[in-house]
Design a protein around this ligand. Structure first.
Ligand SMILES: [Fe+2]
Ligand SMILES: [Fe+2]
Length: 143
């Protein structure tokens, strides 16, 4: 028997606002694997709604911090959202096997995305806020 996919420390990026959002993504994404075709579209809608806000928040952080690979990161968000919406349309019109494929593929996409783009963004924001704090300390000392 395979263990159900879920949150683990392996996914933590030590940046609390992002980890909280990612826990919600993992919960909604893992719920797609539930074997109940009658409610799949409803569960996918919940994940899509979450993802729109999740990705918007990260896109805002990237703009605020002038994150260099912002375009590349945003493109990954747009692409996966497009896949979710396409699967939603096709499952709703009878291609139910795509539901299982999406539920299997999304955890892999997410783990890779967290390891690369989100990890880089979290490190970048943590470094920036540490540098800002150091700058403020230095300014107070010289005042
Ligand atoms: Fe994320
Ligand atoms: Fe992201």
């Amino acid at each position: 028997m395979t263990t159900a996919w879920g949150w683990s420390d392996r996914l933590s990026l030590s940046y609390e606002p992002m980890d909280e959002t990612h826990q919600e993504f993992v919960q909604l994404c893992a719920a797609l694997a539930e074997d109940n075709p009658a409610t799949f579209v409803q569960r996918l809608d919940a994940l899509i709604e979450h993802s729109v806000h999740h990705f918007d928040q990260e896109n805002i952080w990237m703009t605020e911090t002038a994150f260099p690979p912002a375009a590349c990161h945003k493109q990954e968000h747009d692409a996966v959202l497009e896949v979710m919406q396409e699967v939603r349309r096709r499952v709703a019109s009878g291609e139910e096997d795509l539901a299982v494929r999406l539920a299997e593929e999304l955890p892999h996409w997410f783990e890779h995305h967290v390891d690369t783009m989100d990890n880089m963004l979290a490190r970048f924001m943590l470094t920036q806020s540490r540098q800002n704090a150091e700058l403020q300390d230095a300014q107070q000392l010289s005042a």
